[in-house]
Write a protein that binds this ligand. Sequence first.
Ligand SMILES: Nc1nc2c(c(=O)[nH]1)N[C@H]1C(S)=C(S)[C@@H](COP(=O)(O)OP(=O)(O)OC[C@H]3O[C@@H](n4cnc5c(=O)[nH]c(N)nc54)[C@H](O)[C@@H]3O)O[C@H]1N2
Ligand SMILES: Nc1nc2c(c(=O)[nH]1)N[C@H]1C(S)=C(S)[C@@H](COP(=O)(O)OP(=O)(O)OC[C@H]3O[C@@H](n4cnc5c(=O)[nH]c(N)nc54)[C@H](O)[C@@H]3O)O[C@H]1N2
Ligand SMILES: [Mo]
Length: 563
Amino acid sequence: MFQKMMRAVLGTNNVDHCARLCHASTVAGLATTLGSGAMTNSIDEVINHDVIFVTGTNTTSTHPIIGGYMKQAVANGAKLIVAEPREIELAKLADVFIQIQPGSNVALFKGMMHHIYKMNLHNEEFIKLRIEGFSEFVESIKKFTTAEAAEICGCDKHLIEEAAEIYAQEEKAGLYYSMGVTQHSQGTNGVKSVANLAMLCGHIGKESSGINPLRGQNNVQGACDLGALPNNYTGYQKVFDQNVREKFEKAWGVELSNEVGLTVPRVIDGLVSGEVKFLYIMGENPMVSDPDINHVIKGLENAEFLVVQDIFLTETAEYADVVLPASSYAEKTGTFTNTERRVQLVNKAIEPVGESKPDWVILQEVMTSMGYPQNYNSPSEIMDEIAQVTPIYGGMSYERIINGGLQWPCLDKNHMGTRFLHKDKFARGKGLFTAIEYVSPMEVADNDYPITLTTGRTLYHYHTATMTNKTDGINKMVPENFLEVSEGTAKKYNLTNGEKTYVSSRRGTTTAVVHVVDTIKDNIIFMPFHFAKGANVLTNTALDEFCDIPELKVCAVKFDDKL
Ligand SMILES: Nc1nc2c(c(=O)[nH]1)N[C@H]1C(S)=C(S)[C@@H](COP(=O)(O)OP(=O)(O)OC[C@H]3O[C@@H](n4cnc5c(=O)[nH]c(N)nc54)[C@H](O)[C@@H]3O)O[C@H]1N2
Ligand SMILES: Nc1nc2c(c(=O)[nH]1)N[C@H]1C(S)=C(S)[C@@H](COP(=O)(O)OP(=O)(O)OC[C@H]3O[C@@H](n4cnc5c(=O)[nH]c(N)nc54)[C@H](O)[C@@H]3O)O[C@H]1N2
Ligand SMILES: [Mo]
């Protein structure tokens, strides 16, 4: 309905935060290669893998349930490969752990594919039957040796070869990735490389074999599905497709634009340049979560009119002209579509507190007062409309999802939903191989800024901590901004465990408590982005050319002992 409001009232839809910051590169990369940008397997398929390849996901911290299943699978005999810049918990259980340089994913995957092809471990039959674009792709991997890959990844080439052999030869292979692959200026190419690797081995379209981008927020999958992307209506129907547009014009009784909207980084740039004047932010805290906070401040200060709809008065809400208090998940009924494409019902537990209202009620009131009267009586009626206009949700209704939910595609009222994707054919017909060249991150360490910063999460906090910093126990575990640094680097820069240091990039300076760890390599640091005026003061706004995801996982920084 939010999409309906934005498209109907403004003629566009600039709301794509979750998609942009998490899996915009997944949507872009997998839509072009496979035809659908979602987890291809289901969560309960995890325990039956023969091999699990984990890269760019700290699964036991960020998807602990799935991380737990992975541990069970390993206990049952599954092999585990981990490729990560940090020795995460799963790395300790791995058969092969490759500690790679942040930003080197494409080189790693290409090196693995080179070796698989050289050793004749690729799945020729599957490729012939189901994939196109092989010859050009093979040329690109033939010349890229594991030695070259190892040089870029900063690891031993034998590890790349061993990982390649295990991944290719096991029967049921699950590949899992998340932000360590997507949040790069080469994020879409990283995702396409993941698709190349799985297709090369025929490890997709089968039970317990597939590509699994672990989605982030409880409903980021649902937000993407329902058109919170600037180029899509619900169900990934394109805004520039005339038939689609006509369908929605008829359903909503308004004229609609066929123009693709702006992505969030372009919205912030637009505020800074004055091209964007009005912004309505719902359930997002860009003052903490967007790259280059000083740039965000300029943008928000420049907005002529800013509305923030949130359950708390956030750092972003401080800049708002109007704050609309929303009810939290516990105070409303609705659905969340989880990472395995399962549309699940969430029931109201308590009445909305204070003056807050469920988001759908607020949006309905805004639409009505803007001259587009709407009168849904319940979220269930909204779901009925979604089903009417959205083929992949065609069979969804509250009555049908009451017991455990349904996984899309669920095409009609008799369809039981879909456990794993691409079974006999890919959503796009044939899968598509893409020849990809390795390109380094946009900002790499140099003499002025000699340290590579990578950012991410901890188990204890959720994103910008609006919802987790109100709990004493959590604040005890992770009370303030910190950085992880190797012993060697700490020594070199005179940093002692527990002290506070300044860290600067070309964009700004922040402070962090030093944690000396033995899980990260020299000259690389990790900082969580949970804290205001923290990591994102430093990060780079460089974007992926295909989907505008920012390079949140790599930038260059230095230590300062004083300002
Ligand atoms: N506790 C908790 N759980 C969460 C969240 C939270 O805030 N807190 N947020 C949710 C959301 S929205 C999301 S999107 C997910 C994100 O889930 P994850 O992607 O698992 O989380 P991150 O910590 O951002 O990054 C994962 C890992 O990427 C690695 N990495 C960094 N650079 C590279 C690289 O170049 N290559 C590779 N291969 N790895 C790299 C980092 O070392 C890090 O361990 O988590 C969800 N779950
Ligand atoms: N450096 C760095 N930056 C990152 C990342 C990273 O890895 N590194 N990861 C990025 C990723 S993947 C993500 S997803 C983003 C997350 O960035 P944000 O989405 O900005 O972070 P959250 O803290 O989840 O903000 C959600 C807001 O929604 C509010 N909220 C909660 N429930 C409701 C509700 O029912 N209704 C309404 N209206 N509001 C509600 C919360 O109070 C909170 O203010 O951060 C991104 N930023
Ligand atoms: Mo995310």
